[in-house]
Ligand binder design. Structure first.
Ligand SMILES: NC(=O)c1ccc[n+]([C@@H]2O[C@H](COP(=O)([O-])OP(=O)(O)OC[C@H]3O[C@@H](n4cnc5c(N)ncnc54)[C@H](OP(=O)(O)O)[C@@H]3O)[C@@H](O)[C@H]2O)c1
Length: 311
């Protein structure tokens, strides 16, 4: 059976894009064990929905509890996968949270704003890093990591006429940036939210954008680290899913369906994977450490016009 012996993990797979990717990968690789994570307690209900949707291909797919904001919860989940399989072939870091930044900031908003930003940073950046780094020691030879990013993760969110903003962009794009320096940048961001000085420090208002940019930069740095230090040929990329977001205004032409997005993510996740993946793209052209648009072109090549939070 396709994918036999392999292990797939998709975070935040209870609904939306994550569910779509989990469903697609489990269907393409019915022999693999596919772990789908959620914070919902009704795992059996989710298992049953998956079975209803893909039938016997769901035999080896199972939902497990995991909260990215809680290191212990991440540890417990990773431990289950380690003990049962001691390998991961595909990790899709899909789980994320979005809170719309307030339209205008008054003093009374500060505590709520800080709590929301903290949740976004803990989930989208720190949680993603923690689970990735927990899996790395037992990633299989030729394994893949896909970080689900966003159309919002573009440096144009920073004010190009502001010196501090320009300095921040220079730091994020510095080819010599280290993982520790990226962490420091994110710490300084959270601190600037705490003190209410983020605008003066050059940060944009949207925390989601900041975290997804950090994930894209993390992707680049991790690929460098994999290429420098390990022989397992791990590939890591960021992918913008291209789907409509309930809280963001994107024009129809700029979005694709969840099913198409899941198809693209699954294609990327399985490229050249023996017995499973497409091999029409020459191996040397397989993206590594890149940020990809939903048509798999590079994010830098795109200029969207209507990136705007709604409601
Ligand atoms: N156009 C764009 O750029 C665009 C559009 C849409 C989405 N996206 C990205 O695509 C991904 C999926 O988006 P979506 O629209 O499908 O989102 P969604 O419907 O809100 O689903 C988010 C998933 O993340 C999980 N999640 C949230 N907080 C979590 C936490 N602390 N720990 C573990 N899991 C958590 C949720 O799981 P439970 O609630 O079950 O725990 C849920 O399954 C996200 O990374 C999002 O940022 C980008």
């Amino acid at each position: 059976m396709a994918g036999a012996g392999r292990v797939v993990v998709v975070t935040g797979a209870s609904r939306g894009v994550g569910y779509g990717i989990g469903k697609e990968l489990a269907s393409r690789m019915p022999g693999a064990t596919t772990y789908l994570t959620t914070r919902q307690p009704q795992l059996e209900t989710l298992d049953n929905i998956m079975r209803r949707d893909i039938g016997v291909a769901a035999d080896n797919a199972r939902f497990r509890f995991m909260d990215l904001k809680d290191k212990r919860s991440i540890g417990k989940f990773v431990d289950i996968v380690k003990r049962r399989h001691n390998r991961v072939d595909i990790l899709v870091n899909n789980a994320a949270v979005y809170h719309k930044p307030p339209a205008s900031f008054i003093k009374g908003d500060a505590p709520i704003h800080f709590r929301e930003v903290e949740e976004i940073v803990k989930t989208n950046y720190l949680g993603l890093k923690t689970i990735t780094e927990a899996f790395i020691p037992f990633m299989a030879q030729g394994s893949r990591i896909i970080n689900i990013s966003s159309h919002f993760a573009q440096f144009k969110a920073f004010n190009e006429n502001d010196d501090n903003s320009k300095k921040l962009v220079e730091k994020f794009t510095d080819p010599d940036l280290t993982l520790a320096q990226l962490d420091d940048l994110m710490k300084s961001y959270v601190q600037s939210i705490k003190t209410g000085s983020w605008s003066a420090a050059g940060w944009p208002d949207c925390a989601y954008t900041v975290t997804k940019i950090a994930v894209n930069v993390y992707t680049r740095l991790m690929q460098q680290q994999f290429d420098a230090g390990n022989s397992k040929q791990v590939t890591i990329n960021s992918l913008c899913p291209g789907t409509m977001h309930s809280k963001m205004r994107l024009s129809k032409e700029e979005t694709i369906s969840v099913a198409d997005s899941a198809d693209i993510a699954s294609y990327l996740a399985t490229l050249h994977m023996s017995g499973v993946g497409d091999c029409s793209l020459p191996l040397e052209e397989t993206p590594r450490g890149k940020v990809l648009w939903h048509d798999l072109t590079l994010l830098d090549e795109h200029k969207t016009s209507s990136l705007e939070a709604s409601n």
